[in-house]
Structure formats: structure tokens, C-alpha cells
Design a protein. Structure first.
Length: 183
């Protein structure tokens, strides 16, 4: 059972190549959000498969590793596209680590504000791994079902990019609740 393939990623890369991105029109950036959400939906399919006992947690973790392994840099020949793609890859990286922690049962007892404070402190000290770890723990809490509050963050922070991945997890969860309630 394959949950996310290299060809699926390549389809997104092609779609980005074909999309005209305009710096003054944020709506043209939506292809990057869609790529991120597609990856997260694949991860939620993993969660569903584990809950329904179609696969074991160890299989889900291998699948997370496989997805992480296919993520690659790409040169679009366009500085803005390259930058947005890199941001999206970092958001995906944070989301994948969040799902990893979820499957491993690595849930923090700290509240969201404390974890954000830890993430920002790690970034300030140059310890980006500790910073990413704190963000992924926020993501694992969200996947587990805790409601992500509004967070106040500095604009020029790597933490903000990673939290975009967590925010996308939260958005996909909210949309799935709406979908379920309308059926």
C-alpha cells in the first residue's frame, strides 16, 4: 500500500512549473498550499489506516521515512518559486515530523505557548533541531485532537515556516470535520 509516491510529488513540481507566480498576487501562491495539504492528507490516510488496523504503526513510520526521502530540492529557474518551494518543503518537513511523533506517541505535556517559546528559544540559540522538535510536538498535539490556538510569532522566523505545516494539519482536520458533518 503506497500513501505518497515520487510521481505524485513530481506532479506538484510540474504544476508549480506551469503556474505563473506573481509577487503582488498572493492567490497565485495557492499551488504551494495545495501541495502541502495534499501531503498532509496522505499522512492522515496513514493515521486512518493505522486506526483501522490496515497497517501497523511501524509501517506508518516507514512510510513517513519514505515520503521524507523523496522530498528534494528543485530549481524552477525563478527566484520566487524557488523560495516558496523551499518554504513549502520546510513546512512539509515539520508536518512529517509531527506525524512521526504522533505515531511514536511522543506527546508533550507542555502547552502550546510553552512549546512555541521553546521553539523560538532554540532558533535564537541556533539550535534549529531543537526548534523543529518543539514545533513537531505542537503538530503531534494537533493530530491527537488538541485545538491549535492563535499564536503570535515574529515575521522573520524559521519557526513561522514550520508552524505553517502545523497550521495546515489543523486546517485539514477542520475541513474534514466539516465534510463529515455535511454527509
Amino acid at each position: 500500500m503506497e500513501f505518497y509516491s515520487e510521481s505524485r510529488l513530481n506532479n506538484w513540481i510540474r504544476k508549480i512549473e506551469e503556474t505563473e507566480i506573481k509577487e503582488d498576487d498572493p492567490d497565485t501562491f495557492s499551488v504551494f498550499d495545495q501541495m502541502l495539504e495534499d501531503m498532509i492528507i496522505a499522512c492522515f490516510n496513514l493515521v486512518r489506516a493505522v486506526k483501522e488496523r490496515e497497517i501497523k504503526k511501524a509501517d506508518a513510520l516507514r512510510e513517513i521515512d519514505k515520503i521524507t526521502g523523496i522530498l528534494s530540492n528543485h530549481d524552477f529557474g525563478d527566484e520566487l518559486k524557488n523560495e516558496l518551494y523551499q518554504f513549502t518543503l520546510e513546512s512539509i518537513r515539520a508536518a512529517l515530523l509531527s506525524f512521526r511523533y504522533y505515531f511514536e506517541g511522543k506527546f508533550s505535556r507542555k502547552d502550546f505557548a510553552s512549546l512555541v517559546k521553546d521553539a523560538l528559544a532554540g532558533e535564537k540559540k541556533g539550535n534549529l533541531e531543537a526548534s523543529l522538535d518543539a514545533v513537531a510536538r505542537i503538530g503531534a498535539k494537533v493530530i491527537k485532537g488538541e485545538q491549535l490556538p492563535e499564536l503570535d510569532l515574529p515575521e522573520d522566523s524559521e519557526v513561522l515556516i514550520w508552524l505553517d505545516g502545523v497550521d495546515a494539519i489543523n486546517s485539514v482536520m477542520e475541513l474534514s470535520k466539516i465534510d463529515v458533518s455535511t454527509e
